[in-house]
Design a protein around this ligand. Sequence first.
Ligand SMILES: Nc1ncnc2c1ncn2[C@@H]1O[C@H](COP(=O)(O)OP(=O)(O)OP(=O)(O)O)[C@@H](O)[C@H]1O
Ligand SMILES: [Mg+2]
Length: 334
Amino acid sequence: MSLPTLSLALLDAIEEPALVVEEERVAAANPPALAILGEKIVGRDIRFVLRHPDALELILDGAGGECELNALGGHERPWTLTVRPLPESTQLVRLIDRSAAAAAERMRVDFVANASHELRTPLTSMIGYAETLAEEVPIDDELRARFGTMIHGEARRMLRIIEDLMSLSRIEADRFVPPADRLALDEVARVAVDNGRALAGERGCSLRSTIYPAGPIAGDFGQLLQLTDNLVANAIRYGCGPDSGQVTIGTAIEDGRAVLRIIDQGEGIAPDYLSRITERFYRVDAARSRDSGGTGLGLSIAKHIAERHLARLEIRSTVGVGTEVTVAFPLVRA
Ligand SMILES: Nc1ncnc2c1ncn2[C@@H]1O[C@H](COP(=O)(O)OP(=O)(O)OP(=O)(O)O)[C@@H](O)[C@H]1O
Ligand SMILES: [Mg+2]
């Protein structure tokens, strides 16, 4: 029951776990299969190697086909097992890891659930206020005006979420389209500093800029401004106030890259949150973000814009010290 050298070489060349079964025994297995199913499976009865009833039925039946497995050799992951009949009563069995596809599907389902929830919340309160206004009981002008303002505020919030979602899907659609313009990051940062002044003034926060030439890069000015505006707004909203120092917005060339850096001296982000804050709709303190008009999409948009520009976005934060966000772009020839 030994396979020709060429067959063994072909089996080893398959990246996913694969084995050859001959007359209900494992005739050969490639290293990924040995790693998952055990080092000593060659020569053993397939019934002791794969204990999954559906998989065994497929193999013992001999006609070929595929089935889904939820766990294998102690690894709880989704797999697809495919069986293909070969000459001389042998079969090729391959195991395809489905965990990446399953994770993507989970993200999609979570995203739809989160988006629906985020839109339903303002909509529910709008319906409540509108119902009260529609009742045929007298209501004083002051209350009517207050309800009108509430409905307006909630409607604007829904519009902001929808605009952010549309923006995100446009950026994702253009993911593989390289930005056509040549520009300098310092031009973007200057506009973002001007844009941030009003919010900084409201919060009693001081803005400092350390903007040096940083270009040229291949960029989309509108998207880069959107990215920088959000980082500046985050630093002001969550990292700055009359008692918590200032926000620094800087650009420079460092190690052959054009770098944008935004530093605040706020309360920082704990490590558990830090790993998740670029996820869509993820907020450390949802109520606080919502009160200041946040949708929880800003950093996710920023991450996608950075990816489209082949830039690296890094967030470093120390609780009680502050947060530093760096985005490093590849330079191009002028
Ligand atoms: N500089 C910062 N300091 C502390 N926490 C921050 C900082 N930047 C972001 N965060 C946290 O990360 C969360 C996600 O930020 P993100 O920009 O994605 O959404 P948002 O600011 O809540 O809403 P949006 O940007 O859509 O208006 C924020 O809600 C906040 O909890
Ligand atoms: Mg934000």
